[in-house]
Design a binder for this molecule. Structure first.
Ligand code: BTN
Length: 256
């Protein structure tokens, strides 16, 4: 059986030993008119980027760094939902490798296991005339990086699949599984025009629900208890007075 069973996602493939950032390359290709579904994969990134202007640790030969181009006809406001969708697809694809991994999604778009970050997703878009012309979904997965290979400042916060499995894992199989899952989820999401079909799954996948958290949004700090997401994919934060504040973007820290 073929690894990749998608119709369009990953059918055009660019694979490089080193790129500055697969997101950057995919954005340039999208700008130049490449077809939807094109994927850019690199063995290492010299300037891998994360959310909030952070960098993404990208050692060669160990992990997955890839970005693909989508061209959905949707309102720009719906684009952030793609990151949540991708986090769910990713989690399901990885659970196929090992159903007992304690993988959890952390709003808006991370994957965690045992208190360590395994994967991050960065969606970037370009809109013209208030219409989305293209979206790049970039995913980094720590697959085979060992704890010793992590820089000291990441050792307590980052993990990898091989640390969960106790053995090296096949990156190509994992990549194909992610693309297979994402394509069918994406089709469902487009058909429904939103996350409706995924809200139950998010509830069981989320690491934050009912946790005391603090969130930074636009430089403002909000504290409360995470109470799931809205149908639009926003975080619901229950505040001290019982009211719910919806958080559209930001960085969430669990309080202990
Ligand atoms: C985050 O958690 O802040 C998002 C990290 C996203 C990293 C991936 S690696 C492949 C793609 N290319 C990049 O430069 N970033 C994304």
């Amino acid at each position: 059986t073929p690894l990749l069973t998608t119709r369009f996602l990953g059918r055009q493939f660019i694979y490089e030993q080193e790129l500055v950032s697969t997101n950057r390359s995919a954005l340039e290709l999208a700008e130049a008119g490449c077809p939807a579904g094109l994927i850019v994969v690199a063995e290492t990134q010299s300037g891998g980027r994360g959310r909030m202007t952070r960098s993404w640790f990208s050692p060669p030969g160990r992990n997955l760094y890839f970005s693909f181009v989508l061209r959905p006809s949707i309102e720009p406001a719906m684009v952030p939902q793609l990151a949540l969708l991708a986090a769910l697809s990713l989690r399901r694809a990885l659970l196929e490798q090992c159903p007992s991994w304690p993988l959890k999604c952390k709003w808006p778009n991370d994957l965690w296991a045992d208190g360590r970050k395994i994967s991050g997703i960065l969606c970037e878009m370009n809109c013209r005339d208030m219409k989305t012309s293209h979206v790049v979904v970039g995913i980094g997965v720590n697959v085979n990086v060992s704890r010793e290979e992590l820089p000291p400042e990441l050792r307590d916060s980052a993990g990898s699949l091989c640390q969960l499995a106790g053995r090296a894992l096949p990156r190509a199989d994992i990549l194909a599984a992610i693309l297979n899952h994402f394509e069918s989820d994406y089709n469902q999401w487009l058909a429904d025009g939103g996350l409706t079909a995924f809200l139950d799954e998010w509830r069981s996948a989320s690491v934050l629900d009912n946790c005391a958290v603090k969130v930074e949004q636009n430089g403002q700090l909000h504290q409360g208890v995470a109470r799931g997401i809205t149908p639009e994919g926003f975080l619901r934060l229950e505040q001290a007075d019982g009211s719910i504040r919806t958080i559209h973007a930001g960085d969430v820290h669990v309080l202990r």
